[in-house]
Design a protein. Structure first.
Length: 263
């Protein structure tokens, strides 16, 4: 069942999924991919840039006009909770306020018809040292806001045609670096998908006993792209652009739709 309307994209770290998020996913349904992927570049654009990229002029005008109001609401925890009933923690919690605000804005944009929204949790997951301290703090900042976003989308009927994707560009090694850190691991990582077109409550893929390599149901980034395009109603083998005398695909000459995670 391809979705045809709004899309919300959450990009976060490559650590494990927190308790609140896991509980929300158990209720909303999601697929988790433990994938053997190559590290790649990720682009991070702020919300204003995403809004300006929207082709619907009326939606853009309405969103830009309401930005000041949204920022004001983000600083009024009581108003947010009464009017939006958005998150579990409340925007008055220092640890979660920033990501809570971004998730609230993402939901508002989805309601207004914005097709693609990217929410980014800084660039501080790269724990080559002090990984326990780093990932514990970062997870505490995003876990409950993500869970709140999923529950909020479902309560408002938006999750039926909104795909939420959470992930990063690589995992972390199971062996130490510099004594208390972890290096990049391009061989295994975790992502979750929730919402439109996704089978609820399943896990897809697994690693070896050490968590170093994906060994079962491996998923490459080309497969992720092929699956996302499929959910958008696009055939990745037919979506091409002309460059240097030949037709290129986003998935190059590879990519398979991961049908096992589709509803």
């Amino acid at each position: 069942m391809p979705f045809t309307h709004q899309t919300a994209l959450i990009t976060g770290g490559t650590s494990g999924i927190g308790a609140a998020t896991a509980l929300a996913l158990a209720g909303e349904g999601a697929s988790v991919i433990a994938a053997g992927l190559e590290a790649g570049e990720s682009t991070h654009e702020n919300i204003r840039e995403v809004v300006l990229d929207v082709t619907d002029a009326e939606a853009v005008a309405a969103l830009v006009e309401s930005l000041d109001e949204l920022h004001h609401l983000a600083n009024c925890a009581g108003t947010i909770r009464r009017d939006d009933e958005f998150n579990i923690t409340g925007l008055d919690a220092d640890k979660t306020r920033d990501f809570d605000t971004q998730c609230l804005l993402a939901r508002r944009f989805a309601e207004a018809g914005v097709r693609f929204v990217q929410v980014t949790h800084s660039y501080k997951w790269d724990a080559h040292s002090k990984v326990k301290e780093n990932h514990s703090n970062n997870a505490a900042e995003v876990d409950r806001p993500i869970a709140g976003l999923l529950r909020d989308l479902k309560a408002r009927g938006l999750l039926e045609d909104t795909l939420v994707m959470w992930g990063g560009e690589f995992g972390r090694t199971p062996v130490s670096q510099s004594g208390n850190g972890r290096d990049h691991n391009p061989h295994a990582m975790t992502m979750f998908f929730a919402g439109a077109g996704i089978r609820p409550g399943i896990a897809h893929g697994s690693t070896d006993d050490h968590g170093y390599y994906a060994v079962e149901n491996k998923v490459h980034y080309h497969d992720v792209h092929a699956t996302l395009l499929h959910l958008l109603g696009l055939d990745h083998e037919r979506l091409t652009y002309r460059y240097a005398g030949r037709d290129f695909r986003l998935t190059d000459v590879e990519g398979e739709v991961v049908r096992e995670i589709l509803a």
